[in-house]
Design a protein around this ligand. Structure first.
Ligand SMILES: *Cc1c(COP(=O)(O)O)cnc(C)c1O
Length: 353
């Protein structure tokens, strides 16, 4: 055995699905990967991953990038011109958590639209798109996020994706999907991922989250768009060499880790339903659609940080998302038994408070 098994941890890690370590099979594939210089397009394993990803997504071409953030930013750079306006949901990852990259790298103005649980309304998007006027910036890009991270893993259904993209396209905008967890979205919606991303011009998804690869994301779109992304990725320092070592794990992620995401969703559901019964917590069960459980903590009881410090002593790790809100994320290293243990620990902390 060349790596530790999923059951070897002496704690339960619900902080994020990014904590997933590569599987044994990924490690073997990485060790054996055939490689070449990818800046010359000569890494056969990267080429295979890109072709596989494009095929699964139903797009002409795909590109391997080191991170989701770089993937999103490379796409923004390829879609926009300096001074353009980019429309986003107000809690979007691209807006909140990418260090102002849209302003710095693409020199775009961002315009946020409040969604309901992270989900945009087509009429609001229509109203936010600027008309032709010398005073206005040019609206050039709509960014969607599915599943929506900050809203707790909520899913924009495929029909709504189509409607939102239709509104943008009919006004001449392009549409980018921050699909870091788009496989979770497709799984929850019960559609192939290709159907989910069909209406958008570009998509970024993470291999390194629920799909358990150690590093990397994919961006996909038309051949011409991906050719532009080759340039923007290079500007961002994302031109890699024998990175087939990493892509090898990405191939396993796509071949073997997609089907099982439903288990993570079931585990999240079980966790949420039990937490909903606990006095100090308020869970909106309607928002628990995938592998994230976000819930409020009654300030009469404790703060999120104080509660989580006690959980930490009992071997359960999780993060607060604000002083009175906690987020738990399920993934392949969290078993059904771990869910039971987590709930026992939560009950113990509450009853001893
Ligand atoms: C994690 C995440 C990203 C960024 O991915 P990194 O690989 O961490 O840079 C982008 N968008 C969403 C919605 C995410 O959850």
């Amino acid at each position: 055995m060349i790596c530790k098994e999923a059951t070897d941890l002496d704690y339960i890690d619900l902080r994020s699905d990014t904590v997933t370590r590569p599987t044994e099979k990924m490690r073997r594939a990485m060790a054996a990967a055939e490689v070449g210089d990818d800046v010359y397009g000569e890494d056969p394993t990267i080429n295979r991953l890109q072709e596989l990803a494009a095929e699964i997504l139903g797009k002409e071409a795909a590109l391997f990038v080191p991170s989701g953030t770089m993937g999103n930013q490379a796409c923004l750079m390829a879609h926009t011109q300096r001074g353009d306006e980019v429309l986003l949901e107000e809690q979007a990852h691209i807006f909140l958590y990418e260090a102002g990259g849209a302003a710095l790298l693409s020199q775009c103005q961002t315009r946020t639209i409040p969604g309901e649980n992270g989900i945009l309304d087509p009429d609001q998007v229509r109203d936010a798109i600027r008309g032709e006027n010398i005073h206005f910036p040019r609206s050039s890009l709509l960014c969607l996020e599915n599943t929506h991270n900050r809203a707790g893993g909520t899913v924009t259904p495929p029909e709504l994706m189509r409607e939102l993209a239709g509104v943008a396209h009919s006004a001449g905008l392009k549409v980018h999907l921050d699909g870091a967890r788009v496989f979770n979205a497709a799984c929850a919606a019960g559609v192939p991922v290709s159907e989910m991303v069909d209406p958008v011009d570009s998509v970024q998804f993470c291999l390194s989250k629920g799909l358990a690869a150690p590093v990397g994301s994919i961006v996909a779109g038309s051949r011409a768009f991906i050719d532009r992304c080759l340039g923007t990725r290079k500007i961002l320092g994302g031109g890699m060499r024998q990175a087939g070592i990493l892509a090898a794990a990405g191939i396993i992620a796509l071949e073997e880790m997609v089907e099982r995401l439903a288990e993570d969703h079931e585990n999240a559901r079980q966790l949420a339903e039990a937490i909903a019964e606990m006095d100090p917590f308020i869970v909106d069960l309607d928002t628990v659609q995938t592998n994230i459980v976000a819930f409020d903590v009654d300030p009469e009881w404790f703060t999120a940080a104080d509660f989580l410090a006690e959980m930490g002593k009992r071997g359960v790790r999780a993060n607060p998302v604000s002083p009175q809100r906690i987020r738990l994320v399920t993934h392949y290293e969290v078993s059904r038994a771990n869910i039971e243990t987590t709930l026992e620990a939560m009950n113990e902390v509450i009853s001893s408070w």
